[in-house]
Ligand binder design. Structure first.
Ligand code: ZN
Length: 376
């Protein structure tokens, strides 16, 4: 039986060359409230665990936290109720920021920021400011593991590799990983974290067992957000598609649960009026990125489709319920779907530098036209 631990780890980790520098890891790991049943399930067979697992599920539900806490449980010598004892050598190494049998492999461009948001481990990630750092997990990061595998583990215990996020594997590093997975070293466990399992090499997927983490129950997630000091927790949660960590992150970075420009745009379109794009751009957050804008529009498209097919309520932005109920009369299903596909293709090129104002203008014009039928 897993209990919610009284003590908590706060992991302030930074990544050096794609691996966590454990010098900044502090205190204790802890399963998030909605992960307890899943953790119990995962660890129920801990003596017969397979050597490679893909931990997958939606963005922002705490997959990285889950993997770290599982690792802490497995490395602990006196784990009780599937929680680390915090007294053994292994737990002390974790507390002292340096466990020799645990590695995290990530792209150089990612640092894991646990400091801003919460004392609880979470998977908020920020790109490092140096743009020359790799966005991919490179082959040398995988090859370096081979050297590590030649060392013995502490008391012949587990050797654990957390790979995050799996989407950062390229074909070459993915194939290098595959070779290791085909002949796994003894007592070695890979925890591969994926938001999109279909982006992994199928050959890698076929070598792994899968463990899906679900979107948590709304009440549990909302209560947890309240404890973190988030007001309007249900609205933030809805805007994040039910993912609490993403909701928490969003609430710290944004003033409104729904961006003002999209509220204004939908209300204008609901009146069947051409929007003044310059005015909309002026009320945008100064830090609005192409990625955020696309993400917002994708959610709105889903909300429109939901109302289109007869759902009573929107999923992401309750504040847009009424204008969306209006605009669905001014468009057709295929136009919304085409817009969604277009947004998806734009997301793929959003990693390149794009003039935000130009992109905003083109995108709003295109989005508006599907409701205004090009009559302006
Ligand atoms: Zn311990």
């Amino acid at each position: 039986m897993i209990r919610h631990n009284q003590k908590r780890y706060s992991v302030n980790s930074c990544i050096r060359y794609g691996e966590i520098n454990f010098k900044k890891i502090m205190k204790m790991f802890n399963f998030l409230p909605w992960q307890i049943a899943e953790a119990e399930n995962f660890l129920s067979n801990k003596n017969r665990l397979g050597h490679a697992w893909i931990i997958h599920g939606s963005h922002g539900i705490g997959k990285l936290n889950f993997a770290f806490t599982v690792a802490a449980c497995l490395l602990c010598e006196n784990s009780k109720n599937n929680f680390p004892c915090m007294a053994c050598s292994s737990c002390n190494w974790l507390s002292d920021d340096n466990h020799p049998d645990l590695k995290l492999i990530s792209p150089e461009s990612i640092k894991i920021n646990h400091t801003k948001i919460s004392k609880i481990v979470n998977s908020t990630i920020e790109p490092k400011k140096n743009k020359t750092l790799s966005r991919e997990i490179r082959i040398n990061q995988i090859r370096e593991l081979e050297l590590w595998f030649n060392t013995t583990t502490y008391r012949e215990g587990w050797r654990i590799i957390i790979l995050f996020p799996s989407e950062s594997l390229n074909e070459i590093s993915g194939n290098a990983l595959l070779k290791i997975l085909e002949e796994p070293p003894k007592n070695t466990l890979f925890l591969i974290i994926a938001a999109a399992i279909d982006k992994l090499l199928p050959t890698v997927v076929s070598r792994c067992q899968k463990f899906k983490l679900s979107i948590p129950d709304q009440e549990v997630a909302s209560k947890w957000l309240n404890k973190q000091g988030v007001e309007k927790s249900k609205e933030w949660l809805a805007a994040a598609g039910g993912a609490p960590i993403a909701a928490l992150q969003s609430s710290t970075e944004n003033k409104n649960t729904c961006p003002l420009w999209i509220i204004s745009l939908l209300n204008i379109l609901a009146r069947d009026v051409q929007p003044k794009i310059d005015d909309l751009f002026k009320i945008c957050d100064k830090n609005l990125s192409v990625h955020q804008m696309i993400d917002t529009l994708q959610k709105v498209c889903i909300d429109i489709v939901l109302i289109f097919v007869g759902n009573e309520n929107v999923r992401y932005f309750p504040i847009l319920q009424k204008p969306i109920e209006q605009v669905v009369y001014n468009t057709d299903f295929s136009s919304i779907i085409n817009m969604s596909h277009w947004l998806l293709t734009q997301k793929k090129i959003a990693t390149y530098p794009i003039n935000m104002k130009f992109f905003f203008y083109v995108t709003i014009k295109k989005f508006g036209n599907i409701f205004l039928n090009n009559k302006y």
